[in-house]
Unconditional design. Structure first.
Length: 632
């Protein structure tokens, strides 16, 4: 687990300045505090910051092949490296025990198909000196990030956005389309970023840069129409074995390995699988709790820790948002509006005090259909079978009269939101369900200049095109693939990568093993979800470890009481940001009256704007960064 960066200029008259790459390396120090390495000639530079996990003494990067004609820098882990190393040994001489070295020799044998053999999480840059090719790749689910900028003066890439904005040639002007997507979703989905000149390499994609140009290729995708004929019982048994295999791979390290343990289904199953793989080993588990009881799961985590006899660490967190927000802004490099970034930051911080590698339950909800939106989608299908007159004259008319209560996260608020979109076409309903700022609210918030600049752009088009590729599936199945293809990599995995790497912690996600995923997604959707029975088959697997009443308790999620804070301890800081941050006060992009009205409505308790206000606060703080040209 590391940070990588680099630059390429194959123009005969061009060259790469070393300080551009060493500058990015310096900004990536937190991702790799143990070591650094640099390959440089006047056409190509590859930089690496190392967090030592495997082959602590000998795995320094860049790593070369036997005749030093191919070199590589890698961020991530290749879990099946021992098998790959055995298959390659007869044809290649290895100079390290590092998992990364197998990629170099796979490239020699298979070229750009080398990625097909890798089971892991990774983003890497490989330079074939003889062929004059740079090969970039990102893992199948997008666990490890890679961003890039193609400029007239060269091609630049990096593990994070912020260091790239410091390269003078990179266009760091605000992307208005990226801004609109952020306010819609609370993150900017790949391949776009908030900057005009910076792109994200999408999951399961490669880029080849050569004197002939740049070529992109998608190397992996799950067939959404593939189905296996296994019974529920056979599928449960196979999934249990695949999870245990996946966990076993992710416990390989030359440093201590632990786990995040919230006490929820996903993390509990992972810890149970760890104990199944290592009956006598010391397993470190870490949980954070809050003083606010409605947000605290410590008692559940303690139950799991006792069940599996882990060395359990509990930390009560009293978040200092004013202290942590500038750090989040710096590390994300672009606006990111999921408030769970705060507890994820603290969890990573305290876990790094105990271990260098932690397994997590990330991907469990996405892989096994664990969100309540699957229930609401099924209810919509039932609702739409009711007579249109009954829906419009009675149910929807009643729902429209429900107040926008400050506790809109409760059942009445959810009912109002449900009724708003229940009669609309699927894509419209999807956009409404996923929108932080709905089209109506954005219309009220945006200035005329911003509306004019965005004319003809519709951030919902990515959902429409995604849905079109899945014609023939039910709406719940389409939603399932959307979670995996967009929400998971661009929201959940981004959050975990940024928070963990900011603290020199490697987080591994056993549920996101592609072998496991290919099998789970080939099963009938009913195996994963029935109405009000989320993560059905995963909970069946979990019964090997835990009692049904524990597995079936209400999902709490990873939340913080940000709405309450905005009406109490944070209200002054929030107002200051909304009125004084450059992007609000000076850009002419937003109506200041609409911002103030949203603030006042939240303070009065009339409407719960907590998530929207968090997004705006993050956006405002982001606009203060020195590398940001927020004037677009």
């Amino acid at each position: 687990m590391c940070g990588i960066c680099g630059a390429v200029n194959f123009d005969p008259k061009g060259r790469i300045e070393k300080e551009y790459v060493t500058g990015m390396m310096s900004e990536l120090r937190h991702r790799g505090p143990d070591d650094e390495g640099l390959f440089y000639d006047d056409k190509v530079a590859l930089g690496h910051r190392r967090l030592s996990i495997i082959d602590l003494d000998g795995g320094r990067q860049p790593i070369f092949n036997e005749d030093r004609s191919v070199c590589i820098v890698v961020n991530g882990e290749i879990y099946n490296y021992k098998e790959l190393r055995s298959s390659l040994k007869g044809r290649h001489a290895f100079s390290t025990r590092s998992d990364s070295e197998v990629i170099v020799h796979l490239w020699e044998d298979h070229g750009d198909r080398c990625v097909d053999f890798l089971r892991g999480m990774f983003a890497f840059a490989l330079y074939d000196i003889k062929k004059r090719k740079i090969f970039l790749a990102r893992d199948r689910f997008g666990k490890k990030p890679l961003v890039y900028a193609d400029t007239k003066e060269g091609f630049f890439f990096c593990s994070e956005i912020y260091p790239l904005t410091g390269v003078p040639q990179v266009d760091a002007a605000l992307s208005l389309r990226g801004l609109d997507e952020f306010l819609s979703l609370h993150y900017v989905p790949a391949p776009r970023t908030i900057f005009n000149g910076i792109r994200k390499l999408e999951p399961a994609h490669t880029l080849t840069i050569s004197p002939e140009g740049i070529e992109s290729r998608r190397y992996w995708a799950i067939d959404p129409f593939a189905r296996v004929a296994d019974s529920y019982e056979a599928a449960e048994k196979k999934i249990r074995g695949l999870i245990e295999d996946s966990v076993r791979y992710r416990m390989i390290a030359d440093v201590p390995v632990g786990a995040f343990l919230s006490g929820g289904v996903d993390s509990s199953v992972i810890v149970g699988a760890m104990r199944a793989n290592a009956a006598e080993a010391d397993i470190e588990t870490v949980c954070i709790g809050y003083d606010e009881r409605g947000y605290d799961e410590r008692r559940y985590a303690q139950h799991v820790a006792e069940r599996f006899k882990t060395r359990h660490h509990v930390h009560v967190v009293r978040p200092d948002v004013l202290d942590v927000l500038p750090k989040l802004v710096r590390h994300y490099g672009e606006p990111y509006g999921d408030p769970s970034a705060i507890p994820t930051w603290y969890l990573s911080q305290v876990t790094s005090e105990h271990v260098k590698v932690a397994l997590s339950g990330d991907g469990g909800d996405e892989m096994f259909a664990g969100y309540n939106r699957f229930d609401s989608t099924r209810l919509v299908e039932f609702y739409q079978r009711l007579p249109a007159r009954l829906r419009s004259r009675f149910i929807e008319a009643m729902a429209a009269r429900l107040p926008q209560m400050a506790w809109g996260e409760g059942y009445l608020g959810q009912l109002k939101q449900f009724m708003k979109g229940a009669s609309r076409p699927p894509v419209e309903r999807l956009v409404l369900r996923n929108s932080v700022f709905s089209p109506d609210i954005k219309n009220d918030l945006y200035s005329n200049d911003l509306k004019t600049a965005l004319r003809g752009f519709d951030s919902s088009e990515r959902f429409s095109s995604f849905y079109e590729t899945l014609n023939g599936l039910s709406e719940t199945e389409k939603l399932h693939y959307l979670d995996l293809g967009v929400f998971l990599p661009d929201d959940i995995l981004t959050k975990v990568d940024i928070a963990s790497m900011a603290h020199g912690l490697e987080v591994r996600s056993p549920f996101l093993d592609h072998v496991l995923a290919e099998y789970v997604l080939s099963l009938p959707f009913e195996f994963k979800h029935k109405v009000f029975r989320r993560k059905r088959i995963l909970k069946s697997v979990g019964r090997r470890f835990l009692r049904p009443e524990f597995l079936n308790r209400k999902k709490m999620g990873f939340r913080i009481p940000v709405g309450l804070w905005f009406r109490t301890s944070l209200k002054d800081a929030l107002l200051k940001s909304l009125t004084e941050s450059p992007i609000f006060a000076d850009s002419g992009l937003f109506k200041m009256g609409a911002l103030k009205r949203m603030y006042d409505e939240h303070q009065s308790g009339r409407i719960n704007h907590a998530e929207r206000l968090w997004n705006l606060w993050f956006l405002g703080e982001w606009s203060k960064q020195g590398n940001v040209n927020w004037t677009a």
